[in-house]
Design a protein around this ligand. Structure first.
Ligand code: PLP
Length: 379
């Protein structure tokens, strides 16, 4: 395998050099931010600066941003403690059928504990409207959870409109937004969505795995999910991951400084899709994706797991849906009611601002080659 041709940036991203540098620097400074002596205060300062940087990118105050271990933890915290906070309102949750497992599996667990969940279905294009959400609200609805960017289609859900509809129905309903695929991938800072809670994750933007954050709007009195030493203002115990935080902050700074990144990513996605259509006339586009970095395609009649494996053997990395599904058909494409051959052959491609035309050409050639080989084997 000569060179990795990587089109799976929605699964995870390479750690940016700026993040590596910040991490190595922080590793050398091993103090515990909670210790009282001067040496440790440097570590505390690093955490403070990290919080300021990430909060600025989210568009909130540092006091509203709490570091967690990942997007999944942030989602769990928001949903579990959000329902607890609003338990007097009722036990009804509204979410969508196309959320990431971090939200869906948490909802299923809450159902086992006696909560009731409404799962909004998307249309054939993967869209869900604010009117649809408004119609699902009930007097006992305590929380709404809606993602910003779907991780398999790249569709942007109308979160700001949905927040307005929910708050017009009753301002006391909590609104959580899983913005793991939207952080620094959409033009508006996330806090402007108006949601009470917003989850983000570092490894989707060039930070290492193992760091995320939850924005908790001022005034929302969410209790901690993890209790212990009282770090993060008592809201998320556990010795601060100083190296991870330093790297997250460095990645956020580097990504934010690249002001043309969204346009570049969208342009390379468009180029790749045109090359793919040219090389494979039978290829269909499931979703072009509103977010610049994700789209979904299908080779009807093929099995996407086999295509992914054949491409992988040639060093070309794409996904047959969210990496978390481990071979199961995507619940997102299934919820969109795609015809079975489309479902079977569905592939997700995801891009970075650094993806090149040469890589896109290589992807088109490799996919054509894989399709031809598999067709011959099948027939
Ligand atoms: N939410 C969405 C939309 C995601 O795409 C992912 C990861 O793929 C997560 C949540 C989970 O984030 P993490 O991997 O940081 O736990």
């Amino acid at each position: 395998m000569d060179k990795l041709i990587y089109f799976d940036y929605a699964a995870t991203t390479p750690v940016r050099p700026e993040a590596v540098e910040a991490m190595v620097d922080a590793l050398g400074q091993f103090g515990n931010p909670s210790s009282r002596y001067g040496y440790a205060r440097q570590a505390a300062q690093r955490v403070k600066e990290g919080r300021e940087t990430v909060a600025a990118a989210v568009g909130c105050s540092p006091a509203e941003l709490f570091f967690t271990s990942c997007g999944t933890e942030s989602d769990n915290w928001a949903l579990r403690r959000g329902m607890e906070l609003n338990r007097r309102r009722g036990k009804h949750i509204v979410t969508t059928a196309i959320e990431h497992a971090a939200v869906l599996e948490t909802c299923k667990d809450l159902e086992r504990q006696g909560y009731e969940v409404t799962y909004l279905k998307p249309d054939r294009a993967g869209r869900i409207g604010a009117g649809q959400l408004a119609a699902a609200l009930r007097p006992d609805t305590a929380l709404v959870s809606m993602m910003l960017v779907n991780n398999e289609t790249g569709v942007i859900l109308p979160v700001a409109d949905c927040v307005r509809a929910v708050k017009a129905f009753d301002p006391a309903i909590l609104f959580h937004c899983d913005a793991v695929q939207g952080f620094l991938k959409t033009p508006e800072p996330l806090a402007r969505l108006g949601a009470d809670l917003v989850a983000v994750s570092g490894h989707k933007i060039g930070a290492p795995k193992g760091i995320g954050a939850l924005y908790i709007k001022k005034g929302v009195r969410l209790r901690p999910l993890l209790t212990g030493g009282g770090q993060e203002e008592g809201l998320r115990s556990g010795t601060e991951a100083t190296t991870q935080i330093a790297a997250f902050s460095a990645a956020v700074r580097a990504v934010s400084a690249d002001s043309a990144r969204l346009e570049r990513t969208a342009a390379i996605k468009e180029y790749a899709l045109s090359k793919l259509k040219e090389a494979l006339p039978r290829l269909e586009i499931i979703s072009q994706g509103d977010a610049p970095h994700i789209c979904a395609i299908t080779l009807p009649g093929y099995k996407s797991e086999v295509v992914v494996r054949v491409l992988g053997d040639q060093g070309v990395c794409v996904s047959s849906g969210s990496a978390c599904h481990k071979g199961r058909p995507s619940h997102v494409f299934a919820a969109m009611n795609l015809p079975k051959p489309w479902l079977d052959g569905a592939l997700r491609l995801s891009f970075s601002p650094g993806s090149t035309r040469e890589e896109a050409d290589a992807l088109a050639a490799a996919l054509k080659n894989a399709a031809d080989t598999l067709f011959t084997t099948l027939s």
